[in-house]
Ligand binder design. Structure first.
Ligand code: NAD
Ligand code: DAU
Length: 351
């Protein structure tokens, strides 16, 4: 079996669902169920014996070794993290605790487990660390896209904590020989995306008649990838990635935030028009910029395409339409996610 951490979050739950759809290999899913973790994402596998869920912390130095020895996974895929940049600006400590200290303890637990495996199991074992393009910092308009050799220059507490975890993972390979792989992916979007992030936030706000907040001038650029394409890239790297290497993952889909939100509005205008006949675009509102806001991210995905033959299946246009339709068809999921804690976050960030 494989051990997935953070498998109740946005990308982790998509990964678990895709894995169980394509493989008979079981998944041990370790997730702390923070505000971002949602077991409803996995309700279709509630009674599936191939999915074993454990509520717990990657940094728990008693629980994790016990799970490793009991279930003997052949691989660990580490999604668990605090992931929202704005939250890291309000309160960085949880980010240091989970992303840095938690990853360190997880690596220690895995290293001790791996050291005791027999030679074949040791050779076959993999620790895949899921990271972000934000570790590379920000680009100017004409800069080339991030490659795997772009120097790290993280700008937010979130990206600094992810950069620290990447360095630890790298060091555990270099020093102890732990068979690690790292992926650095661009912005994901798709089903089960928690509505604190730009795309699901604007979708929900649009449908609820609320404003669509654009930070600053709305011209910041992100490189968007449909979440299932990220999952397929991780599967490919897990199967064929070169030990100790990092792989940039992206969809060659650079878009300014304002263009993304305009596209969302146009799809909603078509699928669920406003009662007054106006476009949802009238709800777009420019608000105070994010402190230290990175201007542009762009991923050069040449390495994973050439070395591992991976390519995304979705364009931004096909992926974003699927996403809007998913949110329109999954109103109960949306209703449950929009809890009291979620409203408190909106008040803190936007009011
Ligand atoms: P998310 O916030 O939706 O989910 C994170 C999950 O981790 C949640 O289920 C949460 O309960 C769990 N978790 C948090 N702390 C934990 C701990 N100490 N122990 C165990 N579980 C814990 O995040 P996401 O968007 O799904 O991102 C997953 C990973 O992918 C993160 O490492 C993130 O840095 C990386 N990433 C995200 C994106 C993106 O666009 N969302 C892009 C590139 C990389
Ligand atoms: O690049 C990968 C990263 O993408 C991941 O590592 C992070 O975990 C993930 O959260 C995401 O980070 P961003 O900060 O790019 O995503 P977010 O959805 O928060 O914001 C996208 C852009 O939209 C960014 O330029 C900020 C802007 N924005 C965001 C929100 C929430 C707004 O203009 N208004 C908003 O209300």
């Amino acid at each position: 079996m494989i051990l997935v951490t953070g498998g109740a979050g946005f990308i982790g739950s998509n990964f678990v669902l895709e894995w169980l759809a394509q493989s008979d290999e079981s998944v041990l899913n370790l997730d702390l169920l923070t505000y971002a973790g949602n077991l409803e994402n996995l309700s279709s596998h509630e009674y599936d014996p191939r999915h074993i869920f454990v509520k717990g912390d990657i940094g728990d130095t008693k629980l994790v070794p016990k799970l490793l020895h009991t279930y003997k996974p052949r691989a660990v895929i580490n999604f668990a993290a605090e992931s929202h940049v704005d939250r890291s600006i309000h309160g960085p400590e949880d980010f240091i605790q989970t992303n840095v200290v938690g990853t360190f303890h997880l690596l220690e637990s895995v290293r001790a487990y791996w050291a005791e495996l027999d030679e074949k199991a040791k050779t076959d074992f993999r620790f895949l660390h899921v990271s972000t393009d934000e570790v590379y910092g920000t680009l100017c308009a004409n800069d080339p896209a991030f490659t795997e050799t772009t120097p790290y220059a993280p700008n937010s507490p979130y990206s600094a904590s992810k950069a620290a975890s990447d360095h630890l993972v790298r060091a555990y390979h270099h020093t102890y020989g732990l068979p690690v792989l790292t992926t650095n992916c661009s912005n994901n979007y798709g089903p089960y995306h928690f509505p604190e992030k730009l795309i699901p936030l604007c979708l929900l706000n649009a449908m609820n008649g609320k404003s669509l907040p654009m930070y600053g001038d709305g011209q910041q650029i992100r490189d968007w990838l449909f979440v299932k394409d990220h999952c397929s890239a991780i599967r490919r790297v897990l199967a064929e990635g070169k030990l100790g290497d990092t792989y940039n993952v992206g969809g060659w889909n650079e878009k300014a935030n304002l263009d993304v939100v305009n596209t969302l509005c146009e799809i909603l205008d078509e699928l669920k028009p406003r009662e007054d006949g106006l476009s949802y675009k009238v709800q777009i509102t420019f608000v105070k910029d994010r402190p230290g806001h990175d201007r542009r991210y762009a991923i050069d995905a040449t390495k994973i395409e050439h070395e591992l033959g991976w390519k995304p299946q979705e364009t931004f246009e096909t992926g974003i339409r699927k996403t809007v339709i998913w949110y329109l068809e999954n109103q109960p999921w949306v209703d449950h996610v929009v809890s009291g804690a979620y409203r408190q976050w909106l008040n803190k960030q936007y009011v």
